[in-house]
Design a protein around this ligand. Structure first.
Ligand SMILES: Cc1cc2nc3c(=O)[nH]c(=O)nc-3n(C[C@H](O)[C@H](O)[C@H](O)COP(=O)(O)O)c2cc1C
Length: 328
């Protein structure tokens, strides 16, 4: 029987499938079911600062500051009576730690820079095994340089690291000018994992009603190729673990991500489409494939087709279809 356990961010996971942050990881009942169906860990739905702020009858904008550790803000939160969203989130962590064995990774997304460390500390205190920072910045300031935007990522990581000792990962998009350089520098900050790549809300246009609407929220199976490329390119260049997310819908894609060098995959859309039992099917597919190829552990598979190990390293760097166009 092959051993499906893997190590991610220093955590021992019984399987490489992590339930990604979503509405399916927001209740104790669902998390118990995810564990039963073979999830190696769960990332809780992000704690969104906007939700907390809207819970409060207070204008937080007044307190906006570019300083990441802002004692006045911390005191404000400590003094504030009932923060429903935060309180419920902390309660969920505590309950999960009492009732499930798999690691619980808490996730946060803040819009005002100073709240990251405060929320991070609260989640660690509640018992989270690790912390995923869902950092998403959509630059729309024409005066801001790429370096200015990237600095925000590093400042957030540093501020959170000063507050917590549990392992930290970052979940980001692919929208960087020099992704190889940025990922390398991010990995050097001491983060234990990088999740490539988050799938965000996207706007779409309704041509009948001439309105801006939401694009489909679930990924397509073919979306896996973007994270696959970058995991293959980066996995042997950096020390921290990589988790693949976006477009992992079946066992074959899980295997591809491991071969490229991912330690784990994070799935959401496949669970929305197929239910939690889909994890078992994907793990069976992985197990059967390992048996057929004579692999007995995830370590034996991990990264053996990364860019540095592949006999066709240039394949991961090619971006033009020259040959295909010539052939029609
Ligand atoms: C309905 C829904 C809610 C999500 N909520 C979050 C969230 O709270 N935090 C986060 O970091 N990602 C969130 N995501 C992104 C997923 O965690 C995942 O990374 C993304 O959907 C790509 O994986 P997939 O192709 O398996 O869906 C959400 C995705 C969906 C579909």
């Amino acid at each position: 029987m092959p051993d499906l356990s893997t190590s991610y961010m220093g955590l021992k996971l019984k399987s490489p499938i992590i339930a990604a942050a979503s509405g399916l990881t927001n209740s104790l009942q669902d998390i118990i079911e995810l564990e039963k169906n073979g999830a190696g860990a769960v990332v809780l739905k992000s704690l969104f600062e906007e939700e907390i702020v809207s819970d409060m009858d207070h204008d937080l904008n007044k307190m906006h500051s570019e300083s990441y550790l802002y004692p006045e803000t911390m005191e404000f939160y400590e003094d504030y009576d009932v923060e429903d969203t935060l309180t419920n989130y902390l309660k969920l962590i505590t309950e999960c730690k009492q009732q499930v064995k798999i690691p619980i990774i808490a996730s946060i997304h803040c819009v005002t820079s100073h709240n990251w460390p405060y929320f991070a500390k609260s989640l660690e205190d509640a018992g989270a095994d690790a912390l995923e920072l869902n950092i998403a910045i959509l630059p729309d300031d024409t005066e801001q340089s790429s370096a200015d935007v990237e600095k925000v990522y590093f400042n957030i990581i540093k501020a959170v690291q000063q507050e917590v000792s549990i392992p930290i990962s970052i979940k980001i998009s692919s929208y960087f000018t020099n992704l190889t350089g940025t990922l390398t520098r991010l990995s050097e900050t001491g983060v234990k994992g990088i999740v490539l790549f988050n799938r965000f809300y996207s706007p779409d246009i309704d041509i009948e009603n001439l309105d801006v609407v939401s694009a489909p929220k679930l990924s397509s199976p073919s979306d896996y190729v973007l994270p696959l490329r970058w995991i293959a390119i980066m996995s042997h260049r950096i020390d921290c673990d990589l988790a693949a997310t976006t477009g992992v819908h079946d066992g074959a894609t899980l295997i591809k991500m491991l071969l490229a060098g991912a330690s784990s995959v994070q799935i959401a859309s496949a669970l929305y489409k197929n239910g939690f039992a889909h994890i078992k099917l994907m793990l069976d597919e992985l197990k059967n494939w390992m048996v057929s190829k004579d692999f007995s552990s995830i370590d034996q598979i991990k990264g053996i087709l990364s860019q540095s190990k592949s006999i066709q390293p240039a394949g991961y760097l090619r971006i033009q279809f020259m040959k295909h166009f010539a052939e029609k």
